[in-house]
Structure formats: C-alpha cells, structure tokens
Design a protein around this ligand. Sequence first.
Ligand SMILES: NC(=O)C1=CN([C@@H]2O[C@H](COP(=O)(O)OP(=O)(O)OC[C@H]3O[C@@H](n4cnc5c(N)ncnc54)[C@H](OP(=O)(O)O)[C@@H]3O)[C@@H](O)[C@H]2O)C=CC1
Ligand SMILES: CC(C)CCC[C@@H](C)[C@H]1CC[C@H]2C3=C(CC[C@]12C)[C@@]1(C)CCC(=O)[C@@H](C)[C@@H]1CC3
Length: 345
Amino acid sequence: MEKIVIVTGANSGIGLALCERLLTEDSQLRLCLACRNMQRAEAARSALLTCHTNASVDLLHLDVGSVQSVLTAAQEVKARYSKIDFLYLNAGIMPNPQVDIRAFIKGLFSRNVINMFATAEGLLTQQDTLNSDGLQEVFATNLFGHFLMIRELEPLLCQTGHTSRVVWTSSSNARRSAFNIEDMQHRNGTEPYSSSKYASDMLSLALNRHKNSQGLFSSVICPGLVMTNLTYGILPSFFWNIIMPIMWLIRIFTNTFTLTPYNGAEALHWLFLQKPESLDARAKYHSLKSGLGTNYTQPRPMDVDDEMSEVLYKKLLKLEIVVRRQLSEKNADNQAHQQYLNETK
Ligand SMILES: NC(=O)C1=CN([C@@H]2O[C@H](COP(=O)(O)OP(=O)(O)OC[C@H]3O[C@@H](n4cnc5c(N)ncnc54)[C@H](OP(=O)(O)O)[C@@H]3O)[C@@H](O)[C@H]2O)C=CC1
Ligand SMILES: CC(C)CCC[C@@H](C)[C@H]1CC[C@H]2C3=C(CC[C@]12C)[C@@]1(C)CCC(=O)[C@@H](C)[C@@H]1CC3
C-alpha cells in the first residue's frame, strides 16, 4: 500500500531536499507538499517530477502561521486521504535575525567555540511581530500552527491498527533558558526562534506520552547548519560567499556543519526508515557529516522534562480553544457584515 507523506515548508531548503530523498527511497509513496506559496510549490513539484517522472506529488495550500489556513488545509487533507503515514513538520521562520558580532569574536577565543558554531548560543536574536490571529509570528509558525494541524488531523493520525509518525525539524539552537512557560509565545524576549524550537522538543515528548497508545509517534531532528533561505537571511549573501571557504574548513572540526540541504535532510530521511518503537522519545536526532564526508544520524539527549512538557501541552490545548472561538466569532461577524451589504445593495 502506498505511503502518504505530508511535508510542510516543502518548496525550498531542507523540506525540498527531503522530498527528493524520499522519492528516491520509495517510488510508491504519495507525497504532499504543504506550502503557503503555491507558485514556489508548483516549481518544487515540477523539479521533483523532472527526476521522478512517475511519482505522485500533490500540492496543498497551507500557511502554517494562520489558524484559518491550517483548519482549511486540514479539511482538505481529510477529504483527500484516508490515513497519514508521515507528517513532517518542517516549515519554520527566523525573522529579522541579528548577529552579536562581539559575542562571536569573544566566542572564537573561548573553549566554547565548537558549541558556538553548532548552536549559535548567545549569538542570535530576532525581532518578532504579532500576526493577524494575535499570536507571536514565530510561535504561530514554528509551533502552534503545526500543533493545530496535528489536532485537526488526529482522526487520520490516530487510527487503530495503523502507525503514524510526526517529525519536527527542530534545532540545536533550542535552549531551555530561552523558553519561559509563563510566556510560551515569547512576547517579552529576543530569542523567539530558540524558544519555539525548545517548545517543539517538549511538545514532541508530550505527544509521545499522550498518543503512542493510539498509534501516533513523534520525533525531533536537528539538520545542523545548512545554507538555505533561512541562513541566507542572517547575513548578506556576499558575506556568506566570502566566509564560505572558512565554513568548509570549520567543517573538518565540527560534524554539525552539514551545509547542503541534502545533508541536512539526513536525519529526516533516516527516521523514515526506522521502526517507531526503536526510537527514543527523549532524543533529538542530528544530521551530521564526518570530516571524511559521510552523512550519518546520531541521537543526542534533549534537555526536556515531563512536568514542563505536560504544562506546555495543556496550555496549547487551552490556547487552541481560545483561537477557535475567536475565529468563529470573526467569521460570524464577517458573515453578518456580508449579509448586511447584500441587503442594502
Ligand atoms: N538552515 C538551517 O541551518 C537550519 C534550519 N532549521 C529548520 O529547518 C526548517 C526548514 O528551514 P530551511 O530549509 O533551513 O529554510 P527555508 O527558508 O529554505 O525553508 C523554510 C520553509 O518553510 C516555509 N514556511 C515558512 N513560513 C511558512 C508558513 N507560514 N506556512 C507554510 N510554510 C512556511 C517556507 O516557505 P516560503 O517559501 O513560502 O517562505 C520554506 O518552504 C525550519 O524549521 C528551520 O527552523 C533548523 C536548524 C538549522
Ligand atoms: C564573521 C561573522 C559575524 C560570522 C558569523 C557566523 C554566524 C552567523 C553563524 C555561526 C554559527 C551559525 C549557526 C546558525 C546561523 C549562523 C551562525 C550563527 C544557526 C542558528 C542557523 C539556524 C539553526 O537552527 C542553528 C542550528 C544554526 C546554528 C549555527
């Protein structure tokens, strides 16, 4: 039976590389590219079909940062498919990133230098904004939209006699100290990206606790440092071009510089081949590249605890109720307004 695989943020970078690798792995699967920009999604589909002429590649419009779009997309998924084998939660943003050059130079001469290159700890801040649902944009895109998607798709993801998998593209930039359970959206901080990725690590743990018995298994990966639109947004392109030889040199000393989307997708691809029962719910699976150029996946323990992940899970469920209510009120208002306009015409 063909596997149904949905990938969010599949039109570029790591998501697109994953699609390419999955089609090479299994020519029978039905791939669904869930993207907000349909023009780029079409281009990605054409590129995939060029190499895999007989592949089944569907498109789904999904702006994971918009509650309405997530609900509409989930309806569409339920209409199209009767099960989901893999849901790759890969879409992510890091808006308005700022690099702390001083901290970088200081870090270069510290014992922490390898860790700094692997995690960007203390180097990166971002400026976040509110979206039209009144949510912090990074939280809404990297975490909450995906959570809502899972909730909406539970009838397909949690079926007796069938195992489904969700896989989060997290990051080694995820840090407990950047996350505050009293401010899970990170309204008051300057590291919304790190906070949202830490929250995804905890949510994955909570999902396993609550849903394994219903056949749903969640995993978390870090792709390493990959040159994509996201990283090109951190420094100007010309700068990246200048430091690229240095990056390839650093790669000899750190296995986390995967650099290409293909290498970055290693752990996502590796998880596709594993039995869920053999995986560790407390591990983050890292895409790595050895000095000799071999790609491999390595599990590393996550800094997460059951108690806080449970609190987060409950808070997300509560927020879900609030946003659903707000949306139905907004839709009712719009409908009433439309009716009024029709009547007065
Ligand atoms: N590059 C790296 O070094 C690392 C990346 N990651 C994570 O990997 C994931 C993929 O990023 P990467 O490939 O690097 O970067 P890209 O910017 O190339 O890919 C991000 C993808 O997410 C999509 N996306 C963003 N916002 C939304 C939205 N609201 N709704 C739907 N899709 C959206 C983008 O679509 P669009 O084209 O419309 O913008 C794009 O397809 C992210 O979660 C990122 O945090 C983690 C660690 C390191
Ligand atoms: C001379 C310069 C000012 C050099 C600055 C280098 C930094 C911009 C990079 C050093 C480590 C990098 C890194 C990331 C972004 C670019 C760096 C900060 C990430 C944060 C990208 C997204 C992720 O999720 C992480 C895993 C990356 C970790 C390393």
